[in-house]
Design a protein around this ligand. Structure first.
Ligand code: IMP
Length: 194
């Protein structure tokens, strides 16, 4: 039996990506209604993911899934963090601001973090998982793929930036890929109780 899982996003691309992670789980993913806007008021990725999943579940009366993610730069005390999307207006402006604020700082250590949460129709959070990918911030962007901060995020283990990776390679090392990999076995257990 397929079960409906409403995704707390208006973004088709995110829906497709999540559907690919959750393929063969018996869940059918659907975009949230466009008029439902949830403000990300939390101070952590977990708080925002839970807030979005819970509010969308309550508003639609369905199971709901949400993720929240962003980039934490050590020398900037974890900024832009939960403000990654709001750091500036476009991807290139966000990258320019980050590089400007980091300047010639020698410590370029950073990590992408992603938290995924699933809420039951009564708004209760039943599952939560986190994924982290460690890397370094380059001085100049490299690569054409991906989105967001991908061209300045270098993963030493692969000797590539996120923007140079194929979608499959990025999926295997990224914060989002790891969060979903951690969520999957939990989802399988959850289905037992249906
Ligand atoms: P949200 O999780 O949709 O709220 O987006 C968080 C923001 O973090 C995005 O708009 C991007 O700026 C950034 N971000 C999250 N994941 C990635 C990634 O995999 N690559 C590049 N930027 C990312």
């Amino acid at each position: 039996m397929t079960k409906l899982l409403v995704v707390a996003t208006g973004n088709q691309g995110k829906l497709r990506e999540m559907q690919a992670y959750l393929v063969n789980t018996g869940w059918e993913l659907r975009l949230k209604p466009a008029e439902l806007e949830i403000e990300e008021t939390g101070e952590t990725f977990a708080a925002n993911a839970c807030l979005k999943a819970s509010q969308i579940a309550l508003a639609t009366g369905n199971w709901a899934i949400a993720d929240d993610s962003g980039l934490q730069v050590d020398a900037l005390n974890g900024a832009p963090g939960v403000y990654s999307a709001r750091y500036s207006n476009t991807d290139s402006e966000r990258i320019a601001r980050l590089l400007r604020e980091l300047g010639n700082e020698v410590n370029r250590q950073a990590q992408f973090v992603c938290v995924v949460a699933i809420a039951s129709p009564d708004g209760a959070i039943v599952l939560q998982a986190e994924g982290i990918c460690h890397g370094e911030i380059l001085h100049t962007p490299i690569g054409d793929g991906g989105f967001g901060y991908d061209p300045i995020f270098y993963v030493p283990e692969k000797q590539l930036t996120f923007a140079q990776m194929t979608p499959d390679l990025k999926k295997s090392v990224s914060h989002r890929g790891k969060a979903f990999a951690a969520l999957l076995p939990q989802i399988e257990k959850l289905s037992i109780f249906d």
